[in-house]
Design a protein around this ligand. Sequence first.
Ligand code: NAD
Ligand code: TYD
Length: 357
Amino acid sequence: MFLNEYNMKKILITGGAGFIGSHVVRLFVNKYPNYMIYNLDVLTYAGNLENLKDVELSKNYKFLKGDITDEVFINNLFTEYQFDGVIHLAAESHVDRSIKDPLAFAKTNILGTMILLNAFKNLWNNNWEGKRFYHVSTDEVYGSLGETGLFTETTSYDPNSPYSASKASSDHFVRSYGETYKMPYVITNCSNNYGSHQFPEKLIPLFINNILNDKSLPVYGDGNYTRDWLFVEDHAVAIDLVFHEGKNHETYNVGGFNEWKNIDLVKVLCKLMDEKLDKPKNSSEKLITYVKDRPGHDLRYAIDANKINKELGWKPSVTFEEGLSKTIDWYLNNEDWLKNVTSGDYQNYYNKMYLEN
Ligand code: NAD
Ligand code: TYD
């Protein structure tokens, strides 16, 4: 049969112009020519269509500009396109911003998710065969670990920041639609991602950008906070796998088996930057400045990713050394991208976060 937009399987990816979303869109557009991939994004400061230049002309790709919190728009969109599957990534995603403006996080992450769930429910009206709602979430919903232990899929939710509270709430709503309306859903809770196209407000790209601009590297508190880092392309592969092979009504934790204390990670990053920029030893490290701690700062996140490994055969394919080196190379080779996203409002953001406290 000749495939066209109307008889192909239709997948809506929300937040596809952002960091992780753009990697997921790229993977799906290239890997599944028989799917029509719709990227719905309102293009906040974190959304950037330049992230998808390489696939924007593909026949099985369409960009739809719009806001997931606009109920009328979303309902009309679902009626018009009849999406078979939704992979939901659109969110406000930065903890520090959530501390400054928690309501924006409630609106997008909770209300926006509910509006999508409702539109999907009303569209299929119990005819769930072949349909699936995939909610992309974070390990931060589990709160903070002490020095030992790992988050499993049965760890109780215990969010501490407005960001993680809003994601936890959205996870609960997804689950409730599964229980109440029998909506087929899957959720993944993933650890910290790093890689290309990440907005330079998160630790790794912020510090790369600051080193390039000879600016200080603001390490919060004593720097002894621990995160579990995963290369973003490995996360996209996990999303593909769970979308196709995950069991309905299940949650899978996704992580890098790769814990780093912030200060140790920053020192490795500094060393790599010196080498790649041909700078004298320790010159980047000299930029490290300890600054006031983030309020409610979670001490440690670490994921037990054994379920997705055992049930679906997923594991990270890239070592941290390879991933970090590739990531730095990408930012060094794409200084225009960095310049574009850090022009305009970025300076106001930076001053508000780091200079006015
Ligand atoms: P990001 O901030 O880079 O991108 C978010 C995207 O969503 C942007 O393109 C933005 O324009 C879009 N968006 C925001 N509000 C919207 C709205 N109202 N309507 C439509 N689009 C909107 O985020 P990211 O880091 O790529 O994270 C993507 C998802 O993965 C989020 O749900 C986040 O909670 C989750 N997650 C992120 C990480 C991480 O380390 N970055 C880890 C685990 C889970
Ligand atoms: P971040 O990249 O914001 O991710 P998250 O808060 O979702 O884990 O931060 C990663 C870690 O780095 C976290 O412990 C906070 C710390 N951090 C700093 O020390 N300085 C910074 O400027 C930023 C942005 C983060």
